[in-house]
Design a protein around this ligand. Structure first.
Ligand code: HEM
Length: 264
């Protein structure tokens, strides 16, 4: 199987897993957790997993692999940059609303905030994501940002992007596990215990597995150099000292951006 076919197979899997995660989240919270509301009750909490996973995992992961889709390579990069930024902004907004849901719920019920390992990892992921979005917007979308700054920012943006996805997945899995332990206590709250693997636990565990597989596929796509958008903007085209292949090919012609069109 050639490399492009493998890409599209992985990308198709990525899309199927995205849909499967959102369906699992909605089914879990509607069928077993009573549905949704915005009133400080348990039903407000239910927005938290749905919005966090949809925002910080599903939309985020899909936004991250956008530049890797070969069908987009023949076109100007700017619309894809804008779509990448817009998807990431939507993902950030969903995550902020998802965090508001859990903080409101905790405050309404006098539950302490930020005490668990899950909440520490989760708040770190969300904070880094907010910083990454602002830095990415300023660095890559504002036309007056110097090229030297973009070249410095690019590898940090790529590394931090992957790290945020890993943190979001860790937060999602720990959150699902914590919720199943809280909710499925056996006799004390008239549910079957987690240890007897009732249908709710099966759906929650499966959701965790789907999230992990989704994350592994996104990270695989991001780490494969063959699937990087070729020769796009100048910040992508840094030649390393000792890069003999690049030296053999001779000097790289200026891109439209280097030639003055900063918005390419
Ligand atoms: C990227 C995904 C997630 C992030 C960034 C995240 C973040 C957070 C944060 C910051 C809190 C603390 C709120 C407070 O202290 O008032 C929290 C609480 C909580 N989250 Fe998540 N969460 C995520 C996904 C999930 C998922 C999928 C579940 C599954 C149901 C979940 C379940 C919980 C629970 C039960 C709490 C309350 C107990 C605690 O503070 O640990 N979370 N989450």
């Amino acid at each position: 199987m050639n490399s492009m076919m493998i890409f599209y197979l992985l990308y198709f899997l990525c899309l199927c897993l995205s849909v499967a995660c959102v369906i699992c989240l909605c089914v879990w919270n509607s069928l077993w957790r009573g549905g949704f509301a915005w009133d400080g009750s348990q039903l407000e909490f239910n927005w938290h997993p749905v919005l966090m996973v949809t925002g910080l995992v599903v939309l985020y992961g899909n936004g991250a692999v956008l530049y890797r889709i070969p069908l987009t390579w023949g076109y100007d990069k700017l619309p894809w940059k804008l779509l990448h930024a817009a998807l990431m902004l939507l993902s950030l907004i969903l995550s902020v609303v998802g965090l508001c849901a859990v903080f409101n719920y905790h405050n309404a019920k006098n539950i302490p905030n930020l005490y668990s390992l899950h909440s520490w990892i989760g708040i770190a992921a969300a904070a880094l994501f907010a910083i990454q979005w602002v830095a990415g917007f300023a660095g890559f979308l504002l036309p007056w940002t110097p090229l030297s700054m973009r070249k410095l920012l690019k590898p940090v943006h790529v590394w931090l992007g992957g790290s945020i996805l890993i943190l979001s997945i860790a937060a999602s899995i720990s959150g699902i596990n914590e919720k199943l332990f809280f909710a499925l206590k056996g006799q004390t709250n008239e549910t079957q215990p987690y240890s007897s693997l009732p249908p709710e636990a099966l759906v929650g565990n499966s959701l965790g597995v789907l999230i992990v597989v989704f994350g592994l596929i996104v990270l695989r796509i991001l780490s494969t150099s063959e699937w990087q958008r070729p020769d796009s903007s100048p910040e992508d085209r840094t030649q390393h000292p000792g890069d003999t292949a690049a030296v053999a090919k001779g000097p790289v012609p200026p891109t439209r951006e280097e030639a003055g069109d900063r918005w390419s």
